[in-house]
Design a protein around this ligand. Structure first.
Ligand code: G3I
Length: 348
């Protein structure tokens, strides 16, 4: 049941009221975010680092306790899956799918078509456009077919647009033309009719040139009866840039009948953290979650890692970090408490 009654402002304000929040219960117990989300209609998820899942018991217990949907951070991307042409490395991805099944979790597949993390044999062999189209079709049928029936939602095409609303200049656009997007969705649907098929990108959370381009694309795809079913917003925020007003954007995609999802949420900051940044971080996580809770077809809210111990952010943004809900020792931050309170209020 979605809370379509309480206003966003009221919910956000209430969520910052520090309700008594016990620390997360022991592994497998009550008290995680997934329990707090019961009854809200929104699955709470995380990207999963498979090395950490195998080697770090605290990490593994938290993944099972806190989340009801999981996304492979890397192991379903083309390069890790097919490092040499025709040789698939299914193991790590199958491990995550098996883990999810054992823990009553759904899996968000990430990602079938992207311009990054492509194997060198694909990008350096001077394939013709026709060969690349055939290779992309085969990849989608091989991968979506391998996981058929085990993937809740696929990020079919990831990061297709630039921030100004033009199509991103990728190997796929250059060789297949703009139609690669519709083709990818048709092929994915043929390979796994049950999976919900999403577009996914960053900086597309609010109403802006990028999300306007997605809105126009979705309307065109729907008119052509292309099986696009979801609009994903990664939600990579930075306290220095503020929080986008996502609600009007979610509402317009919802009005098209599309599912929406926040797929990779984290809120980074220039280090070291201070109280102002930490509170701004909590507001960032909570604002996106509130928008999701207020929209009928927003089905999941996934964080891109839940502990600073394994976050991608310091490797990419020099001098920044502390982007997740828990610190490197798994201590919860005010952002975790605010997210949990927001869910508890919504579930009532
Ligand atoms: O697995 C290899 C390892 O064998 C090698 O020794 C090592 C050093 O070169 O690299 C390892 O691969 C790394 C991979 O993560 C797995 O750890 C890649 O170099 C590294 O580039 C890759 O980074 C990932 C990044 O996507 C790639 O673009 C991050 O972990 C991952 O968090 C990040 O996630 C993306 C989403 O997929 C899409 N949205 C943006 C988000 C953040 O960039």
């Amino acid at each position: 049941m979605k809370i379509l009654r309480m206003s966003a402002a009221a919910l956000a304000l209430a969520s910052l009221t520090l309700l008594p929040v016990a620390a997360p219960a022991a592994a497998g117990g009550q008290g995680g975010l997934r329990d707090a989300a019961r009854g809200t209609g929104v699955r709470i998820g995380t990207a999963v680092d498979m090395s950490a899942l195998a080697a770090d018991a605290t990490y593994e217990q938290a993944v099972g306790r806190e989340f009801s949907t999981v996304t492979p951070e890397n192991v379903m991307k083309w390069e890790p899956l097919e490092p040499t042409q025709g040789t698939y490395n299914w193991g790590p991805a199958d491990e995550l799918v098996d883990y999810a099944r054992a823990h009553g979790q759904t899996v968000r597949g990430h990602t079938l078509v992207w311009h990054s993390q492509l194997p060198s044999w694909l990008t350096e062999d001077n394939f013709t456009p026709a060969q690349l189209r055939s290779l992309l079709r085969k990849h989608i049928f091989d991968v979506a077919g391998h996981f058929k029936g085990r993937i809740w939602a696929w990020d079919v095409v990831n990061e297709a647009f630039n921030d100004d609303g033009t199509l991103r200049d990728t190997i796929w656009l250059r060789n297949l033309g703009p139609g690669y997007i519709a083709d990818a969705f048709r092929w994915a649907h043929q390979a796994d009719p049950a999976a919900k098929l999403f577009l996914n990108d960053y900086n597309n959370e609010g109403v802006n040139a990028k999300s306007d381009a997605y809105y126009a694309l979705v309307k065109q795809l729907l008119a052509e009866r292309v099986p696009v079913q979801g609009y994903g917003m990664q939600g990579h925020l930075d306290v220095q840039y503020g929080v986008p007003d996502a609600l009007p954007n979610l509402q317009r995609f919802d009005a098209l009948g599309l599912q929406t999802a926040f797929t990779e949420v984290d809120v980074r900051m220039m280090l070291p953290p201070d109280n102002t940044k930490v509170q701004a971080q909590a507001q960032g996580f909570t604002a996106l979650l509130t928008a999701c809770l207020l929209v009928k077809r927003c089905v999941s809210y996934t964080v891109w890692g839940f502990t600073d111990k394994y976050s991608w952010v310091p490797d990419v943004f020099e001098g920044e970090g502390s982007a997740t809900l828990m610190d490197e020792n798994y201590a919860v931050k005010p952002a975790y408490t605010s997210v949990r309170n927001t869910l508890l209020l919504a579930a009532r």
